[in-house]
Design a protein around this ligand. Structure first.
Ligand SMILES: Cc1ncc(COP(=O)(O)O)c(C=O)c1O
Length: 469
């Protein structure tokens, strides 16, 4: 593990970090920043599953930029695709065409057509939230201008005004208002659901509650005379990301889709965090046997090298007659650096059996987490699908959310003071969940078996230390 070899810490690097922190507090907007640790951590280098600070301390990263970096930091194949594109056609205005945009759109659309028997098209933009905005335009347009959406409690779709209107947290809207806030529907979060019900039964109950909204006009969403719903689409994350990697029962989305089809409501699947094999399939929704009308992707498409995101939609929703030139535009959308890396990602995914690899590594990681839970009663729930894994941190009763304990764990992990083979080492974790007490684990899909075991050992050390503190 030569990634662990590090240069001696110098007083210079510490002084430089201190100066950078002082400048950050004075000159950087905090609007896009959450400082999870105090002082905030500055990193200098990355490689594979590892981040390094200026002192050379290695940190095992188990969140990989919230899944933007599924294929490991500094992935040589994807980095080289970017370097090649820099040397050939790095810039081009979007009214002109370049090959990788077309090839990437073709690969995504052909894959969707094969899986869902639906011809469609791909439209790129510069980030997840911007692509969510594009999808909102599509479904508003397709529904004759309806501006209301269904979405889930615990759902997250981004922070632009349109995306935060369909994101459940009021916190993101409180200061800024919203465009037509979604109606937020209960998601089958089984661990915190009603007692005495199986996961499947709870999923069925959630679908039944949703279906009940259409029983009478007095429930506020359906006009039985006109046979029309006031809501254009339902926005779903197949596995809730920011909501705490909540995995619904496998029969949930097929049940929900039946209701949507009955009332003419479109299904928009947000794969921004769970796409690109995070859960062992290209798209997480493939686990659930339903066909999306619109699919939104981002993050890992370029392994975090370029802010490229996009949507795929069925032909009826996106063909040039209904979504003509000028419908939306951003200067950097489908920029050649992003599409070149995205194309390389898709080729790489087609050449290796990512499904078997991710499911195998995920099972190994989950087994380690389950074993850890037997030694730490504070781990109230563990679950996983592929390499999207969760560990819910609670009081010793294994149920009451313990955000404080998890905050201490995150702090200590970023403090870089854990031990491995007599050396200092750190751990990078992400926090999510309805009560902000869930470790949302999204390791590199290329993580080695030894690194998984090390990750579990470091979580063990961290929990032991944090409980004592
Ligand atoms: C499920 C989901 N949707 C949308 C977004 C927003 O994407 P972006 O941050 O690229 O705007 C995110 C980002 O975390 C996400 O996880």
């Amino acid at each position: 593990m030569n990634a662990l070899i590090r240069p001696a810490a110098t007083a210079d690097t510490r002084a430089l970090d201190a100066q950078l922190l002082a400048d950050e507090s004075k000159y950087c907007s905090f609007g896009d920043t959450v400082h999870y640790s105090e002082p905030p951590k500055i990193f200098a280098r990355c490689d594979g599953s590892w981040l390094f600070d200026a002192q050379g301390t290695p940190f095992l990263d188990l969140q990989m930029w919230y899944s933007a970096c599924n294929f490991g930091y500094a992935n040589p194949r994807l980095n080289n695709a970017l370097k090649r594109q820099i040397d050939t056609l790095p810039q081009l205005a979007s009214q002109y065409l370049h090959p990788t945009k077309i090839e990437l759109a073709r690969l995504i659309a052909q894959d969707a057509e094969r899986k869902w028997d639906a011809p469609g098209r791909v439209h790129f933009n510069v980030g997840g939230a911007q692509s969510i905005e594009d999808s909102l335009k599509l479904v508003r347009n397709a529904s004759g201008g309806k501006s209301l959406m269904f979405a889930f409690e615990g759902g997250y779709h981004g922070r632009t005004l349109g995306a935060s209107a369909i994101t459940s947290s009021y916190r993101y809207r409180r200061r800024y208002g919203h465009f037509d806030r979604a109606m937020f529907i209960e998601f089958p979060y089984h661990f915190r659901g009603p007692k005495g019900m199986s996961k499947e039964e709870y999923g069925e109950q959630c679908v039944a509650k949703f279906a009940r909204l259409f029983e009478t006009e007095y429930n506020g969403v359906w006009d039985p005379k006109a046979q029309a719903c006031e809501y254009a689409a339902f926005y779903v994350e197949p596995i809730q990301g920011t909501g705490g990697y909540v995995i619904p029962p496998m029969n949930f989305f097929s049940g929900l889709k039946k209701v949507l089809d009955r009332y003419g409501i479109l299904l928009v699947v947000d794969e921004i965090q769970m796409g690109f094999f995070r859960t062992g399939k290209l798209w997480a929704i493939e686990h659930f046997d339903v066909k999306p009308d619109v699919l939104v992707f981002g993050k890992a498409l370029t392994n975090g090298l370029n802010p490229l995101a996009g949507i795929w939609a069925r032909e009826e929703l996106i063909n040039p007659q209904v979504f003509p030139p000028g419908s939306t535009h951003s200067t950097f959308a489908s920029n050649p650096l992003g599409t070149a890396v995205g194309l390389e990602t898709m080729k790489m995914l087609a050449e290796t059996d990512y499904e078997s690899m991710v499911m195998k590594k995920g099972a190994h990681f989950l087994e380690g987490l389950r074993d850890l839970a037997t030694r730490h009663p504070e781990i109230g729930d563990v679950d996983g699908l592929g390499l999207a894994l969760r560990a819910e941190i609670c009081e010793a009763d294994g149920y009451t959310p313990n955000k404080k304990l998890l905050d201490r764990m995150v702090d200590m992990g970023l403090g870089g003071e854990l031990q491995h083979r007599g050396k200092q080492i750190g751990l990078v974790l992400d926090v999510g969940g309805y009560y902000k007490n869930v470790i949302t684990l999204a390791p590199s899909l290329h993580i080695s078996s030894e690194e998984i075991d090390l990750g579990i050992a470091l979580l063990d050390q961290l929990l032991t230390k944090a409980k004592r503190a």
